[in-house]
Design a protein. Sequence first.
Length: 147
Amino acid sequence: MNDRYLFRGKRKDNNEWVTGDLMQWSDGTIRICVESGIDEKTAVTVIPETVGQCTGLKDKNGKMIYEGDIVKGLFNFGLEIMSVCTFKDGAFGLTAKQCGAYHFSAFTSLWKVQYEVLGNIHDNPNLLKIEHDSLCETETYKAGDEE
């Protein structure tokens, strides 16, 4: 399966993550077609809000990065940022809140950055705590406590 056309979502029946091909039924139901055996696939109903596409990129540990992942980026000069992987204006990238505004940077514009997936916005919303940033006199994403 080609990684850039891979999707993931949480099953509606048991809340477990599944990956595969994305499908929408005529009744509006969102399903992901998962491998269930040799040359056999099963369509599983997923919670629409949890669906995210694979970026085709891997983090420093070899883990695929999906929309909705909370990513820590470490620049080669030592700056560390916490961001959410998003799709905007035809590109995958990272969205971070700094100095009261949201900033999107496409992966193609972020070079010499080491990425690490820490979790995702559905299972680990506490990873992106918003704290006061005295430099900007506003709120900025900061790393929260991992569970």
